[in-house]
Write a protein that binds this ligand. Structure first.
Ligand code: NAG
Ligand code: NAG
Length: 243
């Protein structure tokens, strides 16, 4: 008589476990969304407004490739260049409430960072010209970017290394997804070259890449070296794409 409710409870538990297992299997099968940084599930700040981005903002196919190959520390890197004109309103609508933000007056997605080049790729004998040749062959300016959200960091750095790093910072970026792996594939080609030249695999992670467009910051931009991971984990507010 008392065994029946127990049986029902066990069946219900088994069903719950099954549902949980099935949904886990589903989300982990999508490798590009898991690379976004939060298992594909975006968590917005409850009080964040929705920001607007013009539909053409992420189409850079008609913008010329810009090389960044100055032979000076942290002046060699690879980027997909975007048209800042399409990001100006977004910057202004954020700064309208923040009020302390600066803008670089240009927009881009960094594909190989200055520290990756200076500390890892360059010392292994990979030249910035070789990286640019890979990017041009891969039509970097035609890479398709998908908007994810507006990312925000406000607060203290987790690991300040100098007095300049103390106190609060604010950084806003548009998080984008390399959903077609076009930028990641450039990084994979660079990795092949790096390995061919004897580079240690552990030092360069082609998929260790969080594409974003820096929109504004108060003191300086912040990077993965500062402890910021700019995947969908970075999301603060939704982005609506307008016509
Ligand atoms: C890099 O850009 C400069 C102009 O900004 C140009 O003079 C130079 O030829 C370019 N180099 C390559 C390898 O495309
Ligand atoms: C951001 O907003 C402040 C306050 O309105 C303004 O003084 C400043 O010029 C703005 N920044 C830019 C880059 O427009």
């Amino acid at each position: 008589m008392s065994a029946k409710p127990q049986l029902y409870a066990m069946l219900a538990l088994a069903a719950l476990v099954l549902v949980a297992l099935l949904s886990r299997g589903h989300s982990s099968s999508d490798s590009s969304s898991s690379r976004l940084g939060s298992g594909g599930k975006i968590i917005y700040n409850p009080d964040a407004p929705t920001y607007v981005l013009p539909a053409q903002a992420l189409d850079s196919s008609r913008i010329p490739f810009a090389n960044h190959s100055t032979a000076k520390p942290f002046q060699s890197y690879l980027q997909q260049t975007l048209d800042f004109a399409h990001f100006k309103d977004l910057f202004e609508s954020i700064n309208a409430t923040v009020g302390t933000l600066q803008s670089r007056g240009e927009a881009h997605v960094t594909v190989i960072t200055p520290p990756e080049f200076d500390r890892v790729l360059g010392p292994a004998g990979v030249t910035i010209e070789e990286i640019e040749a890979i990017a041009l062959r891969s039509d970097i300016q035609k890479a398709r970017l998908v908007p994810v959200c507006l990312g925000r960091f406000v607060g203290k750095l987790p690991n300040p290394v100098s007095d300049d790093d103390s106190g609060d910072f604010a950084v806003y970026s548009l998080v984008v997804a390399d959903s077609y792996d076009e930028l990641t594939n450039i990084r994979r080609e660079v990795f092949k070259l790096f390995r061919k030249k004897g580079g240690q695999g552990a030092l360069f992670q082609p998929e260790g890449f969080w594409p974003h467009v820096t929109i504004g910051f108060d003191r300086r931009d912040l990077f993965v070296e500062d402890g910021l991971y700019k995947g969908s984990n970075f999301c603060y507010a939704p982005i609506r794409v307008s016509k």
